[in-house]
Every structure is written in structure tokens, then in C-alpha cells.
Write a protein that binds this ligand. Structure first.
Ligand code: G3P
Length: 218
């Protein structure tokens, strides 16, 4: 299972990268705005900065919602770095854009996916990644993990290559459940990654080992 971090915060990306287990980064216009990154040039530079920190796929989202605009923006983004993945929304022109980029060998991430039917379309269009937003489904009383299971079954039935990128992951249990049901990738905040480290028995056990060592070696 690949671990992506879902942020545009460079310090958090560095912290996750230094752990040695980071496989990539996802961003979106809201995450960019949260870091105060505005204006096309600054946004472009920020993608380059992220690519220089992480050796893995970095999703960069198009703003256009028409086919021509998505193609123009996506091609510009793809030229920035070999690890850029063009993030395309799940809309009708988005499906056409996914197919266009797939034919050109440019990696894509189909975002804002909330149903199995949408995931099926993304796979048919040749998306590299599909991003079901599990946290946002949970927010409105739908089971996000169930959607991951459903997509896994469909993709396995037909051996689609599209990777299931569980997005809108909010906490450690989302990560664990995604791993149980076979998501290829999860993307979440730094807290959902480092939170996996924590167990009181580990802390107590280590404290005891160190105390016993100190007794025998003082
Ligand atoms: O990866 C998608 C993500 O950025 C949305 O997360 O927490 O805003 O639902 P959230």
C-alpha cells in the first residue's frame, strides 16, 4: 500500500518524507489556498518545490472544467516534472481529458469520486489513479470504506490497472480499514500517518527496557 500525504504544507511534506515511508503527495486548490499559495506562478513554483522534496507522484489539479482548458493546463503541469500526475475532476469533459492524457502516456488522478459508477468510468477512461473521498462520504452517513471495497471488487473483476487512491482520509482507522479492503494508496494528513506509530504499550515497554538496562549498567 502506498502512503501519500494530502497537503501543500512543505514542512509537513518534509517531515513525512524524512520518515522514509512517503510515496507521494496529493494537493488540491483548497489545500493550496490554506497555505496562502495563490496566483498561477506561485502555484506552479509550489508544485516544483514539492517535487524537489518527494521522490514519488505529486498530484497537481487543473482549474479548467472544459476539455480544451483541462488539456492545456494538464499539459503545462505535466511538463513541470516527471512525477507530476494531472488531477482531473469527475465530470463529463474530465472523462474525455482522462482518455486524452492516457493516450499520451501522461499520468492522471481522477478526483471527486463518490460512487462505484464514477470509478468505473474513470478506469474505462484509463485513469492512473481514482480518488474516492471516503471522509466526505462518512460525513454524510455513507460508508466510505464500503465504496473502496466495491471499487476493489469491480476493478479486480476486470483487471483494470487504475489504482484506488483512498482520499479524504481523516485518521488512522481510515488508513487501517483501507489497507484491510485493499486500497492501492491512501492519502491523508500527516497526523493519519504518524498516528499509526502510537501505542501506550510500546511507550511503557520501552521505558521499562531502558530502566532495566540502566539498573544493570550503572
Ligand atoms: O484528498 C482529498 C482531500 O483533500 C479532501 O479531504 O478532508 O477536505 O475531505 P477533506
Amino acid at each position: 500500500m502506498k502512503f501519500f500525504i494530502d497537503t501543500a504544507n512543505l514542512d509537513q511534506i518534509k517531515e513525512a518524507e524524512e520518515l522514509g515511508i512517503l510515496d507521494g503527495v496529493t494537493t488540491n486548490p483548497s489545500l493550496m489556498a490554506k497555505e496562502g499559495i495563490t496566483g498561477k506562478e506561485n502555484i506552479i513554483q509550489h508544485y516544483v518545490d514539492i517535487c524537489n522534496i518527494v521522490n514519488g507522484d505529486v498530484s497537481a489539479e487543473v482549474i479548467a472544467t472544459d476539455l480544451e482548458g483541462m488539456i492545456r493546463e494538464g499539459e503545462e503541469l505535466a511538463k513541470l516534472h516527471k512525477n507530476i500526475v494531472v488531477k482531473i475532476p469527475m465530470i463529463k469533459d474530465g472523462i474525455k481529458a482522462l482518455k486524452y492524457f492516457s493516450n499520451k502516456g501522461i499520468k492522471t488522478n481522477c478526483t471527486l469520486v463518490f460512487s462505484a459508477g464514477q470509478a468505473l468510468l474513470a478506469a474505462k477512461a484509463g485513469a492512473t489513479y481514482v480518488s474516492p473521498f471516503i471522509g466526505r462520504l462518512d460525513d454524510v452517513s455513507y460508508d466510505g470504506i464500503e465504496l473502496i471495497e466495491q471499487i476493489r471488487l469491480i476493478y479486480d473483476n476486470y483487471m483494470f490497472d487504475t489504482q484506488i487512491l483512498a482520499a479524504s482520509v481523516r485518521h488512522t482507522m481510515h488508513v487501517i480499514k483501507c489497507a484491510e479492503v485493499g486500497a492501492d494508496v491512501m492519502t491523508g494528513p500527516l497526523s493519519s500517518i504518524v498516528g499509526l506509530l502510537k501505542h501506550p504499550l510500546t511507550d511503557n515497554g520501552l521505558a521499562q527496557f531502558l530502566a532495566d538496562y540502566a539498573k544493570g549498567n550503572s
